[in-house]
Ligand binder design. Structure first.
Ligand code: BG6
Length: 504
């Protein structure tokens, strides 16, 4: 199906001079312009606290794009598409908490035209900006024009604050106008999860507790906390990654087939799974969750100070930089199948993956041979990033007279088959915002269901005065994470193992 160009729209970006705008939003819009999915009828109005006129923002972005060019690590986005877009960028400086700026926005946008407001601002502004937009009539839609708001993460910091933020927003505008972003849903491999499942009988037929032993979802990063100390120490690995990114992966893996590919049908199924996540007691959360913080050591050949010694981090900090959880989705399909989740910083590899481990075969034909003991279960490894692809691990007989089996891997890598080029991961999200497709955005009830499932861990760790377990930078996390899964007779999938295998 060929995508149609987006309708005419004014994109108002709050936080136009910030990092997100220049690193992701503008490059994504340039890519969309290049591919013809947005046209010359897109206007961008940047709003920021810094003083300046239209040329101020254009030059800022120019400089940033030139920097990308000379850096060599990114493909150059500064071409005709940029120059055409550049002339349609304007800037408004002012205080987001004051009426004046909203009055000025009202004057700058066509009252009968489409507008999308993108909140690339700190979370404390989300609710107040939506209120002000609504008060000034800027969110009022008609048959001929839409008004939408895109909200970045984090959406709340716990269940109570997420509920309060949803209530504040939904008191002013309709759910159909709210586009809560999770950038993981912009990733090609994440969007492929539904196709992998629902377009392949041989996968979906086995997709239940009769055949699946357990699921592992990992988002490992090599990067450490670096200069993000202020944000990170108040957030931690659990809040930063689990109720949002990891739960989106879990929902795609565990959802029932939707009746159609309509946004609401898909969001209903995802929401049902998230609502089925078992809500632990605080004691159960203690038993099913492990947290760690990296100590001092060497990472990528460089000396890394311990997390607690990092700039802007208190030496008394109890914030985790690693978390591992064992969860259950209490549904017919997944009864008794554990979902092990882990994520952390300063680990051995950058590796976001989903590993589905199937149950072992009954061994009938191999009884009383050595093979029974060595026969590993089948695994499906979905490599979300980097080296996007999928591998199926199966056992085969080695050539020769005796019955010897070895596991082999059937591999598919996107890069071998397609020219995936350079994208930011925001292209489909921005395009969908313009065309009004909410499939890749989170609905209020899903957000709250996610927070409800992590709340017992937050409560347990707030009550428990112990500090996170220390792990060495460049490792796979703390030993306690291994114990969490080993006590069930299972092992974590080795981080970066496919990537290493590819390189050698
Ligand atoms: C962000 C988190 O949402 O996701 C970061 O705040 C994390 O801490 C990032 O590094 C990971 O995203 P990606 O796309 O680089 O895997």
């Amino acid at each position: 199906m060929v995508s149609k160009p987006a309708p005419p729209v004014t994109l108002v970006i709050f936080g136009a001079t910030g990092d997100l705008t220049r690193r992701l939003l503008i490059p994504a819009i340039i890519n969309l312009t290049r591919s013809g999915l947005v046209g010359k009828d897109l206007e961008i109005l940047g709003v920021g606290i810094e003083e300046g006129n239209d040329e101020f923002l254009r030059t800022r972005l120019d400089e940033f794009l030139s920097h990308l060019n000379s850096g060599g690590e990114e493909e150059t986005p500064k071409d005709e598409a940029w120059f055409s877009l550049r002339s349609r960028i304007s800037y408004l400086s002012g205080d987001f908490t004051k009426n004046q700026i909203f009055e000025e926005i009202g004057r700058r946008i066509d009252p009968a035209g489409n507008a999308a407001f993108y909140l690339a601002v700190p979370p404390s502004f989300f609710g107040p900006i939506v209120e002000k937009l609504a008060e000034h009539g800027l969110m009022t839609e008609s048959d001929n024009c839409f008004r939408r708001v895109a909200i970045e993460k984090p959406f709340g910091t716990d269940l109570a604050s997420a509920r309060a933020l949803n209530a504040q927003i939904l008191a002013r505008i309709a759910e159909s106008q709210v586009y809560r972003l999770d950038h993981f849903l912009g990733k090609e491999t994440v969007q492929n999860l539904m196709t992998a499942r629902f377009a392949n009988m041989m996968i979906e037929a086995l997709w239940n507790s009769n055949y699946i032993d357990h699921v592992q979802i990992t988002a490992a990063e090599i990067v450490d906390v670096g200069s993000r100390g202020k944000f990170y120490d108040a957030t931690g690995a659990l809040r930063d990654m689990v109720p949002n990114h990891l739960f989106q992966l879990l929902a795609m893996i565990a959802m029932e087939p939707p009746n159609s590919f309509d946004a609401e049908a898909i969001r209903n199924e995802k929401s049902k799974v998230l609502k089925a996540l078992r809500i632990y007691t605080v004691e159960e959360a203690e038993a099913h969750g492990v947290r760690g913080a990296y100590g001092a050591g060497t990472l990528n050949g460089n000396q890394l100070p311990a997390y607690r010694e990092t700039k802007d981090i208190s030496s008394e900090s109890r914030t985790e930089t690693f978390v591992a959880l064992k969860l259950y989705a209490d549904t017919w399909r997944w009864a008794g199948v554990p979902f092990y989740l882990r994520t952390g910083k300063a680990l051995t590899a950058r590796d976001t993956e989903i590993v589905i481990t199937f149950k072992k075969v009954p061994f009938a034909q191999f009884r009383e041979t050595d093979v029974t003991r060595r026969l590993p279960p089948n695994r499906l490894v979905i490599q979300v990033q980097p080296d996007e692809g999928m591998s199926m691990e199966i056992s085969i007989k080695t050539p020769g007279q005796s019955v010897e089996t070895v596991p082999v891997s059937l591999d598919f890598r996107y890069a071998d088959k397609f020219d995936i080029g350079h994208t930011t991961g925001y292209e489909s999200l921005i395009y969908d915002l313009f065309i009004g497709d909410q499939t890749l955005f989170q609905r209020a009830d899903s957000i709250e269901a996610g927070w409800a499932a992590v709340q017992p861990f937050l409560d347990a760790w707030a009550q428990n005065m112990s500090v996170p377990d220390v792990y060495a930078p460049g490792s796979m996390g703390p030993a306690s994470a291994d114990e969490l899964i080993r006590r069930d007779g299972r092992e974590w999938h080795e981080l970066g193992v496919l990537l290493h295998a590819q390189r050698t």
